[in-house]
Design a protein around this ligand. Structure first.
Ligand code: 5RP
Length: 232
């Protein structure tokens, strides 16, 4: 198997193993979390896990959960989330994250920050010393505000680019009907301050900085032909 896929699979399985019966589980978005969702489904099917309900962070998570037999609920029906499992695009040494590679960070931030325990699942290529060094920061924007928000982001020193679809002409439209500006900042020295500054721009729904939200970061690594998982 491709080594990156192997790391994602192992780390997804390790996170799924942490889910206990009776839990409300936040289901993240992306290719790593997809493995966690698959393994939670397998544990349910085998009877190892019972009585759990998932809260999906995206259309993708909802489809996968249904495919793997995980019953779903909403934040209107429950007053807690016990555990959330989600991927990330960058993780710094303080466990702050950039998320939104799948344009799902707005719902992900709601669900992940409500969870008693938020477990991040990544392969080791996602570890960085400083956020922003490898991945542009996704910012979800109301369609009618894309032009002024672009100018405001440039004034902050960023280089915003409208995210375009793949095998779809025109912009990516989020699950909420908005657009994504991917903003290159090179190095984000104060993620907590930038997170607040960006969310203060009129027309910005949410940005992909997750500061102080992660409780546990599981990292997949490849050694020889096999993958291992370590806790950061
Ligand atoms: C989606 C996300 C994903 O969790 C992030 O992009 C990581 O994805 P993958 O596990 O496919 O690398 O934030 O909005």
């Amino acid at each position: 198997m491709d080594p990156v896929k192997l790391m994602k699979q192992e780390v997804g399985q390790a996170a799924a193993a942490k889910v206990t019966s009776g839990s409300i589980v936040g289901l993240g978005t992306g290719s790593t979390t997809a493995f966690a969702i698959q393994f939670i489904g397998e544990r349910l099917a085998s009877g190892q896990l019972t009585d759990i309900k998932g809260i999906p962070t995206s259309f993708q998570a909802s489809v996968l959960a249904k495919q793997h037999g995980i019953p779903l609920t909403t934040l209107d029906e429950v007053d807690r989330i016990d555990i959330a499992i989600d991927g990330a695009d960058e993780v710094d040494p303080q466990h702050n994250l950039i998320k939104g590679g799948g344009a799902a960070h707005t719902r992900e931030k709601v669900v992940d920050s409500l969870a008693d325990q938020f477990i991040v699942v990544v392969d080791n290529s996602k570890l960085v010393d400083v956020l922003g060094s490898t991945f542009p920061l996704p910012v979800e924007v109301l369609p009618m505000a894309v032009a002024p928000v672009t100018r405001a982001l440039q004034a902050l020193g960023g280089q915003p680019e409208l995210r375009l679809g793949v095998r779809k002409d025109g912009p990516v439209i989020t699950d909420q009907g908005n657009m994504i500006l991917d903003v290159k900042f090179n190095a984000i020295s104060d993620p907590a301050a930038l997170e607040k500054t960006l969310n203060n721009i009129p027309g910005v729904l949410e940005n992909g900085l997750f500061v102080g939200v992660a409780d546990v970061v599981l990292v997949g690594e490849v050694q020889g032909d096999s993958a291992t998982v370590r806790t950061l």
